[in-house]
Design a protein around this ligand. Structure first.
Ligand SMILES: Cc1cc2nc3c(=O)[nH]c(=O)nc-3n(C[C@H](O)[C@H](O)[C@H](O)COP(=O)(O)O)c2cc1C
Length: 163
């Protein structure tokens, strides 16, 4: 079961978080998770993926323009209908808008016929709400949360698509 994790990243924080998510997802039996820059996808792998996760830096309190454009123009190339979906963000400031970025991404995914999932709250610590948000000043400090998120996404995708 394949999972594609896409990101837009200029200074590397969002890319690093995508790699943590892949680490968590790949720890689940039968899962192959790969990370792609939104500008350099493996289209066949993404089409075959049961789950697509998208990460954005927070720009002006929301997702970056590149991510918005990717959602409008590119995601349809990857047969999104019916796939599990998730979103994550990085931000410079606590309450800088990462949650807003995630909500915007998940709304696009919902409208596209995907199954948005947070892997969150009710599972307990680390508590994830809409999706994980990494703080630029301490990306490594967010590692465990992102790994847990990747594992939860992969477990849910396995439950939905391989049983
Ligand atoms: C144009 C621009 C706008 C930004 N706006 C915000 C913002 O509104 N809130 C915030 O917390 N950080 C903001 N940041 C900081 C980035 O979200 C943060 O540094 C992020 O981790 C960068 O991700 P990257 O390293 O993957 O490129 C902004 C950065 C840029 C370049």
């Amino acid at each position: 079961m394949k999972i594609s994790i896409f990101y837009h990243s200029v200074s590397g924080n969002t890319k690093q978080c995508a790699e943590y998510i892949a680490e968590g997802a790949n720890s689940v039996d039968g899962v192959e998770a790969k990370v792609f820059d939104i500008h350099a996808p493996d289209t066949d792998f993404a089409k075959e993926s049961s789950c697509i996760i998208l990460g954005s830096p927070t720009y002006m309190g929301s997702m970056s323009a590149e991510i918005y454009t990717w959602l409008e123009k590119s995601m349809r190339e990857f047969s999104p209908a019916g796939k599990l979906s998730g979103a994550f963000a990085t931000e410079r400031y606590i309450h800088g808008g990462g949650d807003v970025a995630i909500q915007g991404i998940l709304s696009h995914m919902l409208v596209s016929g995907m199954l948005p999932y947070s892997g969150g709250g009710a599972f307990g610590a680390p508590v994830i709400h809409y999706g994980p948000v990494g703080l630029a000043e301490d990306i490594q400090g967010c590692r465990d949360t992102f790994i847990t998120y990747g594992r939860r996404m992969a477990e849910k995708a396995s439950e939905l698509f391989t049983r």
